[in-house]
Design a binder for this molecule. Sequence first.
Ligand SMILES: Nc1ncnc2c1ncn2[C@@H]1O[C@H](COP(=O)(O)OP(=O)(O)OP(=O)(O)O)[C@@H](O)[C@H]1O
Ligand SMILES: [Mg+2]
Length: 238
Amino acid sequence: MSLKCSHISKQFGRLKAVDTLNFEVQTGEIFGIAGPNGAGKTTLFNMITGMYTYSGSIAFDGRELNGLPAYRICRAGIARTFQIPQLFASLSVSDNIRAGAHFGSRRNKPEAETIEEIIDFVGLGEHRDHKAAHLKLLDKKLAMIGAALATHPRLLLLDEPIAGLNPSEITQSLELFYRINQELGITILIIEHFMKVLTELSQQLLILENGKKVCLGPPHEVTRDQRVIECYLGEDHD
Ligand SMILES: Nc1ncnc2c1ncn2[C@@H]1O[C@H](COP(=O)(O)OP(=O)(O)OP(=O)(O)O)[C@@H](O)[C@H]1O
Ligand SMILES: [Mg+2]
């Protein structure tokens, strides 16, 4: 797995949401992304996953993704979750995960065993037949992760996966992210606002502001960077 973004930009009218950005994600790592609201974080995910047109190059394992439709990018091995849970509200948890498997595969029929394994892996066994609409926020997020895993990704993009969760739900989610990374060997790109969590989880941290890279490096260095403190963390951060 390798992901290399070279000079990528996305403009909405006169707004440069992502502005000539360069970075590379290494195999097996957890790569954190943070920055103020409107910095371009979600836009970046929409570019990588083929939801937006853009300029520049995104290479995944050396293959150019720019111009490919979203399903081809997914089938190449990149899956994502959304900042606001996106599920089929009237479908059950298992059918939502099955829908993910269909999107991410050329085969017509995903194996039932795989779906069951994923439901257990994300911890939704008791909710497998419940409609997505009736789930609490954590379970919606877990179902979305399950649907993403059902596409058999090598790279998983998580957009604010712990926003809105309580402390014990956050602990449960972080354990799941570690298991996805370590047991399944999936590289993770994670957008979050909780610096403590990002610092703990990630090997590299990218800070964006106004679509531009402010700083990229190991978290303990990035959080001490004066530009990062000025634009995002504030002087009195811990
Ligand atoms: N489809 C769109 N059309 C027009 N402007 C957009 C669109 N999507 C995003 N933007 C604008 O691009 C900028 C970056 O938005 P983006 O959603 O990527 O920010 P973000 O870093 O994810 O912020 P947040 O932390 O609030 O989720 C914002 O100014 C936003 O209003
Ligand atoms: Mg966002």
